[in-house]
Design a binder for this molecule. Structure first.
Ligand SMILES: Nc1ncnc2c1ncn2[C@@H]1O[C@H](COP(=O)(O)OP(=O)(O)O)[C@@H](O)[C@H]1O
Ligand SMILES: [Mg+2]
Length: 236
């Protein structure tokens, strides 16, 4: 086995007295697609926040390309290639689409060329580049959030609930984008409440329950694991 591109080891995240994540460890192989699924409040966003440097873990270690990045700032991690598409998209609605994409590239040379590639990839953004991002639909805003992250040239793309709140057709489009990004060689860590869809596209899955990983395995096996089916897939 080759070295993982990203490793999370013995991670603990607290917010004051709230223990959001405990004893959480997983590896992400280069070029892989790993998903974290689980109920609301299970700790998924907190794992991504610690990985991207937005929260300081209480303890544990994040290793990226063999380097311990646990104490690196979020900006330094973006420069190194760890890029987050945050929960709720967090695009800047009073800036234009173009300005939002430029924000993704502020640490990169040649970001103009990358922005051009995003317009090829997401024609809906190209048509509306001078419009305010707040005028986009929810699905279009998600495409913008993904485009902004891709302008930053991720090695590992962390995606937090990209299909949340979207109509079924847009959910299909978001998953198609995830698969194409992965096919281009970008490693993906996908957090989703839509566990069935996420496990269908992922190689490996981890099920989080109340702050820690309860089940892990090849995604296709988790899709048939009775404990996972009963708790997370049964209702669909
Ligand atoms: N900023 C915060 N302050 C206090 N508690 C938080 C904060 N963010 C998350 N939590 C708590 O941490 C736990 C894990 O939350 P989160 O990581 O957002 O889970 P998920 O993404 O799986 O829904 C929950 O109990 C949540 O209420
Ligand atoms: Mg979350």
């Amino acid at each position: 086995m080759s070295e993982p591109i990203l490793s999370v080891s013995d991670l603990h995240v607290n917010y004051g007295r709230v223990q959001a994540v405990r004893d959480t460890s997983f590896d992400v192989p280069e070029g892989g697609l790993v998903t974290l699924v689980g109920s609301n409040g299970a700790g998924k966003t907190s794992v991504l926040a610690a990985t991207s440097g937005l929260v300081r873990p209480r303890s544990g270690r994040i290793t990226f390309l063999g380097q311990d990045v646990t104490r690196w700032s979020a900006h330094r991690r973006v420069s190194a290639g760890i890029v987050l598409v945050p929960e709720g998209r967090q695009i800047l609605s009073t800036l234009t689409i173009e300005e939002n994409l430029q924000l993704g590239g502020w640490r990169r040379r040649q970001s103009g060329a990358r922005i051009g590639q995003m317009y090829d990839r997401f024609p809906v953004l190209a048509q509306r580049r001078r419009q305010l991002a707040g005028t986009l639909s929810g699905g279009e805003q998600q495409m913008l959030a993904i485009g902004r992250a891709l302008v930053a040239e991720p090695r590992v793309l962390l995606m937090d609930e990209p299909s949340m709140g979207l109509a079924p057709k847009m959910v299909d489009e978001v998953f198609a984008v995830i698969e194409s990004v992965r096919a281009e060689g970008v490693t993906v860590v996908l957090v989703e409440q839509n566990a069935r869809r996420a496990l269908t596209v992922a190689d490996t899955g981890h099920v989080m329950e109340t702050g820690s990983i309860a089940h892990s395995g090849p995604a296709n096996e988790l899709l048939e694991d009775p404990r996972v089916v009963k708790a997370y897939l049964g209702m669909e």
